[in-house]
Design a protein around this ligand. Sequence first.
Ligand SMILES: Nc1ncnc2c1ncn2[C@@H]1O[C@H](COP(=O)(O)OP(=O)(O)OP(=O)(O)O)[C@@H](O)[C@H]1O
Ligand code: SF4
Ligand SMILES: [Mg+2]
Length: 322
Amino acid sequence: METVLALQHLTVRFDTKDGSVAAVNDLSLSVGRGECIGIVGESGSGKSQTFLASMGLLAGNGKATGRALFRGHDLLKMNRDHLDKLRGNRVCMIFQDSGTSLTPHMRIGDQLMEILIAHKGHTPDVARKRVLEVMESMRIPDIEKRLTQYPHEFSGGMRQRVMIAMALLCEPDLLIADEPTTALDVTVQAQILNLFRALKAHTKSAIVLITHDLGVVAGLCDRVVVMYGGRMVEEGPVADIFATPKHPYTQGLLRCMPRLDQLLDADLDAIPGQPPNLENLPKGCAFAERCSQANERCTTERPVLRELSPTRRAACHLLEAA
Ligand SMILES: Nc1ncnc2c1ncn2[C@@H]1O[C@H](COP(=O)(O)OP(=O)(O)OP(=O)(O)O)[C@@H](O)[C@H]1O
Ligand code: SF4
Ligand SMILES: [Mg+2]
């Protein structure tokens, strides 16, 4: 499979008055064409910063090192113009609050058409026809009127659908969606997930889906990366991870999941205890304080991420002999 995005030893630090925050620590992963990878982990585990850093969107006090290769080109070394161009065209990002990603003073229809005119070289007539097609396929009612409205006239769910329409229109090589359904009600969530499925099937985009929702991962992703304390602790094909989670943290997450038919209610923050302090990560395993299987070695030596099989990796001392 052709690799679209490869993160290599990505590390993100934030300078604060209290010291350095180790938000992402030596993270390596890749996403291939047509593949959907799910990034899970509780709040503060570094999911968003990993991809914001990759796209050159870190806050001013943040610094990323390592490499973030998009089709072989290091995004961390790319100049701003080049990055901006890539972001509007071959890479598309959808955030939880799409209100901020849309231009407030421009009609929705014009924003959608602009993508096709600017990036695909379509004439306004052709662009309009294509926009209507996509909006229709998304079952947005009253389309003609909707296209003349501004972002603030849309509900959160509608704005999210517009963002996904944008992704469908520009057919990006890479789509990064950060909690795209979290704020939405369950019916709209289901519709949006169907749109992601269509995007994956029709455009062969590589999709990175950051989510708290293991149900979304089960329904859409091919592979899953579990993060804890800014590190990857486990990675593998979705079906394998759900059937036989190896890392105690992943096992805990899955135990928090009620039942398969109630996946949408899963709560990733339900493991007792607190996430590690990123300003002062422990010397050993960052999960040790909360791990029921921890032994003495866990508090003194950090487990390295090791290959358990050609498709699976995990970082836990207990898995060493596996
Ligand atoms: N500008 C900043 N300065 C200092 N620390 C920051 C800054 N931005 C983010 N962080 C810290 O980086 C860590 C990782 O944040 P990140 O947003 O990646 O978490 P997340 O896994 O996406 O969580 P959530 O699920 O809540 O979205 C957090 O502890 C956060 O407080
Ligand atoms: S290394 Fe130790 S503390 Fe960390 S997950 Fe494995 S058993 Fe638990
Ligand atoms: Mg986040």
